[in-house]
Design a protein around this ligand. Structure first.
Ligand code: IMP
Length: 427
């Protein structure tokens, strides 16, 4: 993906998350010098399969599994310092060399125990079906200008006052939720005092470090989390996460100029999934939903929740192609469809006699739309061993051709299994 023109590449999910970004980032990171996460936090679960081992990375960029690649957590991420160290320690136990090449933006906001408490106790979080990782409350504090940033830990005397104000707000919220649970300043300060020395060794002005690396010719991969339809502005609001998951958020969240992004790769599954509540126009009925869920092992990497499954939705992907400025698509999990007799692609929605070829912003419409499907014969043979486009059955190639045509975006990769080598590069 990197060449003389493309030095900074952004990888985004073009559906509702869980598209297989972890695997794509892992494959592309082989050619990268830096991999930067730019939004979200421990709500993400990027699974990378190496040999017989599955690594699930929540906050650390998937590039960490490549020796020598520098990895950074950008200012746009809300960082849970406690679980960051659990993740680092697990990687080190698995023989992955982490420290010395992992950087954390000194401007990143912290997710503290009271954010997780608020996320778990609020009825609004339950309605949305959040991951309970404190993401929404931490971003709320950031925007309300009462957040605590990594660099605040350099001044622990000031931090105590910030924590006290965060706790006071959290407790007022918890009381408003009707919860009897309360946050506590002392234990939060103690946690931060314990974590600060180790966290500060990772703290860096990530935007500046990546800028300098770019000037020296480095290949930089910006790793998105969640998916475009979970973007707080462009997604199915309010059933979204609290950050800008799309490529526009990459510049802000990595601390780079928008003009520094040379290309954007959108990752899509060959079908659609969503975890949590909110509209999913192509959602399958039983027993097909369970069949696809089992075939695709569609259970959340972070929460273990069963994912809702649907046919490939070209309206969604065309929309994602537009708002992200996609320069290429990576179609993942094609092999999951190998045994199906018939496969559908949604090309438009219908609602009250109107036809929607563009993704509507109105949730009331979205909840009622009926997908218009185009049907394809299944290929009924394994694609898991395919390494070139020509290895794929003709029916699978027809399916992919239609995906490309409807997205108006070239396909750069097709993934046919969880392993690193189960990928077809089309550039
Ligand atoms: P939050 O990000 O935990 O606030 O959850 C908000 C919504 O985003 C919920 O519907 C979650 O299920 C969804 N979500 C958050 N992170 C992910 C992810 O990594 N993959 C898929 N869905 C996610």
């Amino acid at each position: 993906m990197f060449d003389s023109k493309v030095r900074t590449l952004c990888v985004v999910g073009a559906q509702w998350g869980d598209e297989g970004k972890g695997k794509l980032v892992d494959v592309i990171a082989e050619q990268a010098d830096w991999v930067v996460r730019y939004q979200g936090g421990a709500n993400a679960g990027h699974t990378v399969q190496i040999g017989g081992r599955a690594f699930v990375l929540h906050q650390i960029p998937s590039g960490i599994l490549h020796e020598g690649v520098r990895c950074a957590i950008g200012n746009g991420v809300v960082l849970d310092p406690d679980t960051l160290f659990t993740e680092i320690d697990e990687l080190v136990r698995e023989g992955v060399d982490v420290e010395g090449r992992l950087y954390v933006s000194d401007r990143a906001h912290l997710v503290l125990p009271y954010h997780k408490l608020m996320d778990c106790e609020s009825a609004a979080s339950r309605t949305i079906g959040t991951t309970g990782r404190g993401i929404g409350p931490a971003y709320e504090d950031k925007v309300a200008r009462r957040g605590i940033r990594v660099q605040d830990l350099r001044h622990l005397d000031r931090t105590r006052a910030l924590v006290a104000s965060g706790v006071q707000h959290a407790n007022a919220q918890l009381a408003g939720f009707g919860s009897e649970r309360r946050a506590d300043t002392e234990s939060t300060v103690e946690l931060l005092e314990a974590l600060a020395p180790r966290l500060l060794t990772l703290a860096e002005d990530v935007g500046l470090a990546v800028h300098r690396a770019r000037q020296a010719g480095a290949a930089v991969l910006l790793e998105g989390a969640q998916g475009s339809l979970l973007d707080v502005d462009h997604g199915t609001y309010p059933f979204v996460t609290s950050s800008n998951t799309t490529s526009g958020g990459a510049a802000i969240g990595a601390g780079l100029a928008p003009t520094s992004i040379d290309a954007v790769l959108g990752v899509v599954k060959a079908y659609t999934t969503r975890v949590g509540n909110g509209p999913l126009p192509t959602e399958l009925d039983e027993p097909m939903a369970s069949a696809v869920r089992e075939l695709g092992k569609e259970f959340g990497a972070t929460t273990g929740r069963p994912r809702r499954c649907g046919w490939y939705d070209a309206v969604v992907v065309r929309y994602a192609a537009r708002v992200n400025g996609l320069s290429g698509l990576a179609v993942t999990k094609l092999d999951v469809l190998d045994t199906l007799d018939r496969i559908a692609i949604c090309t438009a929605y219908e609602c009250d006699g109107d036809v929607y070829e563009e993704f509507p912003g109105d949730l009331v419409v979205l909840e009622r739309v009926v997908p218009r499907y185009e049907w394809f014969d299944g290929w009924k043979q394994s694609t898991a061993g395919a390494r070139r486009l020509a290895d794929l059955p003709a029916a699978a190639r027809r399916y992919l051709d239609r995906v490309r045509e409807l997205a108006g975006t070239a396909i750069s990769y097709v993934s046919v299994g969880t392993r690193r080598d189960q990928i077809i590069g089309l550039d």
